[in-house]
Design a protein around this ligand. Structure first.
Ligand code: ZN
Ligand code: ZN
Length: 137
């Protein structure tokens, strides 16, 4: 069981049982969406179940493009999850409590990263989308 929540604690979620495809996207859109150097995001693994524990009513949703959206806490502003056609698709790794069981496995859109961004670690870096991605962002 993976648990997480927003900064103020109003919104909590759980995932039974796994995340998959953790990645950091450094594109200009993700920098704005995640208010940082990149996204830090993982998908709900196939066969796993996401559910809100508390505070679903405090969520504000923003639909960006082509069915993709985000849900964030209207009180503290934490971005909690990404949605596709209204359904939770994945979570922001920064909102997971403890070890999410995945590590960033790739950096995408490194070719357009912020000038102040220094990427560490050994995960592969792609100038644009990963060649075997489903282009979800
Ligand atoms: Zn909050
Ligand atoms: Zn991106």
């Amino acid at each position: 069981m993976i648990e997480g929540g927003c900064f103020c604690g109003a919104v909590r979620y759980q995932i039974d049982n796994a995340l998959d495809r953790a990645r950091a996207c450094h594109c200009s859109r993700c920098r704005k969406i995640f208010s940082g150097a990149s996204s830090a995001y993982a998908e709900i693994a196939d066969g796993s179940k996401f559910s809100w524990v508390t505070g679903e009513g405090e969520l504000t949703k923003h639909t960006s493009s082509q069915g993709w959206g985000l849900a964030f806490c209207r009180i503290c502003g934490s971005t909690l999850c990404g949605t596709f056609n209204g359904k939770v698709h994945g979570v922001t790794l920064g909102t997971v409590d403890g070890d999410p069981g995945v590590q960033i496995e790739m950096h995408t859109f490194v070719g357009s990263k912020a000038p102040w961004d220094h990427i560490g670690g050994s995960a592969p870096q792609f100038n644009e989308e990963s060649p075997n991605s489903t282009a979800s962002e």
